[in-house]
Design a protein around this ligand. Sequence first.
Ligand code: G3P
Length: 217
Amino acid sequence: MKLFADTANVEELEALVPLGIIDGVTTNPSLLAKAAADPRAVLKRICDVVGGPVSAEVVATDAAGMVREGRELAAIDPHVVVKVPFGKPGVRACRELTEDGIRVNVTLIFSAAQALLAAKVGATFVSPFVGRLDDVATPGMDLITQIVDIFQNFPLSTEVLVASTRGPMHIVEAARLGADVCTCPPKVIDALFNHPLTDIGLERFLADWARARQPVG
Ligand code: G3P
C-alpha cells in the first residue's frame, strides 16, 4: 500500500521524505490555507520535495470553473493530481480533465455509489473519508471494504485512497483491506513508528552490551 502524507507543510515533508516511506502527498484548501506563502509556490515546492503524486484541490464549484482551475493546477508541475469534490460538477470536470490526460482525485467520497461514479469517469484516485464517517457513528472502514470489493469486480484502474485518517489503526486496517493508498497527517505517520517494546528492547540490548564490555574485576 502506498503511503501519502496529508499536509501542505514543506518542513514536515522535508523531515519525512528522507525516511523513504512517503509515496505522495495530499493537500486540500484547509491545509494550504495554513501555509503563509503563495499556494502555487507551495505546491511546486512540495512536488520538488516529494517527486510523487501531489493532490491539489480546486475551489470552483461549477464544472467549467473546476476544469479551468484544474488545468492551471496541472500546469504547475507534472506531479500535480487535480482534486475535485464529488458531485455532478466534480464528476463532469473529472471526465473532461481525464480526457485531457490530467490525473484526477475525486474527494469527499462517503458512499460506495459515489466511488463507483467517480471511477466510471476515469478518476485516478477516489478519496473516501473514514475519520469523518467515524465522527458520525458510521464505521468508516466498512466503506473501504465495500469500495475495494466493488473495484475488484471490474477492470478499473481507479485507486482507492483512504483519507481522513486519524490514527495508526486506520492505516493498518486500510492495508489489511487492500486499499491502494492511505493518506495520513504527519503525526499519524509518526505514531506508526511507536511501540514501547521496541524502546524497552533497544534499551536492554544496549545495557547488556555496555555491561559485557566493562572491565572484569
Ligand atoms: O485527506 C482529507 C483530510 O485532509 C481530511 O481529514 O481529519 O479533516 O477529516 P480530516
